[in-house]
Design a protein around this ligand. Structure first.
Ligand SMILES: Nc1ncnc2c1ncn2[C@@H]1O[C@H](COP(=O)(O)OP(=O)(O)OP(=O)(O)O)[C@@H](O)[C@H]1O
Ligand SMILES: [Mg+2]
Length: 409
């Protein structure tokens, strides 16, 4: 049986499903997935908990299932956070080095200076992600420690989220007897699982299309530069089908997954589907193209919003590695083709979790990108050198939470 200290658990509280993935780590850094629990999610809207009771119930069932499969007890989790309340900012901070050579402490001071910005009272910092360092006039430095220079500038991407949303997630986990080791922005987690270092270096846009939201992260020169959340996801596609096909939400979702497409021209005009009716009426045959005619404009609208976000970020010329689509809705037939068309021929691929063993086949579905990413993020955090970990702890979740609850030092 796996030892508690070797366990890593990712809990993805999504709008459509709650997924709990348990992994065992080995000393050489290998991660083996040993348990998975997945349960439909009922208490969220657009990535945010709106019903604690239902969310707690779904978390409990997903966690129990994962515990049973892995044969372990789960006490602590890395959990994801998402929603329209998330804000991302780029910021910089400058310090003078103490001895003409950059030390770890100088780097920490520069990051502190970069993150010392006024954020609204109802928001709290979730991540401070270093992008690059500039020493004197030299920019583009990733590892500044030990380099000579007198002026050190740190550039960081800061991510903040609503205090209340974070509190509700923690409340739900605590009600299931789970400690939250850390809370991670969902697209930051997904990017850990599905992007390669090369892609991040060349420039890439990650698009996690879930049920309630589409989460975006742009990486250039190896670092995260822009994050955004668009409150549209697969549920909107399902709802359009409910209205367009006059069937129930459950049937519409099943039909979407089985026969849906967002490219009318990729569907044969002869293909027919049986659409179950409501109110005991008999099912009706319908051309599959009608479904595609409903879905295509909605997905196009979503991609146009993503395109707008990319333009606003100012990085549209720099994402040479193109788009990586993940999340359950990336599986919709025609997604890659429509994305290529909308983004003027940029390369597009589906992002699946990599770098894990064990039940890797199961978790390679884009549905698990966030949960596996939470594990990988957790492993990285575990292997932080001690001083940095202490610092993270100092600025870490529990201190931040104590500040939110008003009993911080
Ligand atoms: N094969 C498929 N084809 C089309 N859509 C699919 C397929 N499989 C899943 N989906 C859709 O993906 C969505 C769920 O994706 P996912 O599990 O990534 O969402 P989530 O993480 O729960 O939500 P969010 O991240 O928005 O909070 C649902 O709308 C579902 O209908
Ligand atoms: Mg998700």
């Amino acid at each position: 049986m796996a030892k508690q200290e070797n366990l890593l658990v990712g809990l993805d509280i999504g709008t459509s499903k709650i997924a709990c993935v348990v992994a065992e780590t080995s000393p050489d850094g290998k991660i083996d997935v040993i348990g998975i629990g997945i349960h439909p999610s009922r208490g969220l809207r657009k990535g945010v908990v709106v019903n604690i009771e239902s969310t707690v119930e779904s978390i409990r069932l997903a966690v129990e299932e994962a515990e049973l499969m892995a044969g372990v007890e789960i006490n602590a989790v890395f959990v994801g956070i998402a929603g329209s309340h998330i804000r991302g900012y780029n910021s910089n901070g400058v310090v003078a080095t103490k001895n003409g050579e950059v030390t770890k402490e100088d780097v920490e001071r520069a990051i502190d200076a970069a993150s010392a910005m006024a954020i609204p009272a109802d928001q709290q910092t979730l991540h401070i992600l270093p992008q690059e360092y500039i020493i004197d006039q030299q920019d583009g430095i990733r590892e500044p420690v030990g380099m000579s220079g007198v002026r050190l500038e740190a550039r960081v991407h800061m991510i903040t989220g609503a205090v209340s949303s974070a509190q509700n997630i923690i409340k739900c986990c605590n009600r299931c007897d789970l400690d939250v080791t850390d809370m991670v922005l969902e697209q930051v987690a997904s990017s850990e699982a599905v992007l390669s270092q090369d892609e991040k270096d060349i420039g890439v846009i990650l698009i996690d299309i879930g049920g309630g939201t589409t989460d975006i992260a742009i990486f250039i020169d190896g670092a995260i530069r822009h994050t955004a959340v668009i409150p549209i996801g697969g549920d909107h596609l399902t709802n359009d089908l409910v209205i367009g096909l006059r069937t129930s939400a459950r049937e519409a979702d099943t039909l979407k997954k089985k026969y849906g497409s967002c490219m009318v021209e990729m569907v044969s005009p002869e293909d027919q589907v049986e659409v179950p009716s409501v109110g005991g009426r008999p099912p009706r045959p319908m051309p599959r193209q009608i479904m595609a005619q409903i879905l295509e404009p909605r997905v196009q609208e979503l991609f146009e919003l993503v395109k707008g976000e990319l333009q606003r970020s100012g990085y549209q010329e720099l994402v040479a590695a193109g788009l990586v689509l993940t999340g359950g809705s990336s599986l919709l037939h025609g997604m890659i083709e429509l994305a290529e068309e909308t983004f003027d021929g940029l390369p597009v691929r589906i992002g699946r979790a990599k770098d894990v063993g064990g039940l890797a086949d199961v978790v390679s579905s884009p549905v698990y990108a966030t949960s596996v990413g939470l594990l990988l993020y957790g492993q990285r955090y575990r292997h932080q050198p001690n001083s940095q970990r202490k610092k993270m702890k100092k600025n870490g979740l529990w201190n931040r939470m104590r500040r939110w609850f008003g009993d911080a030092p």
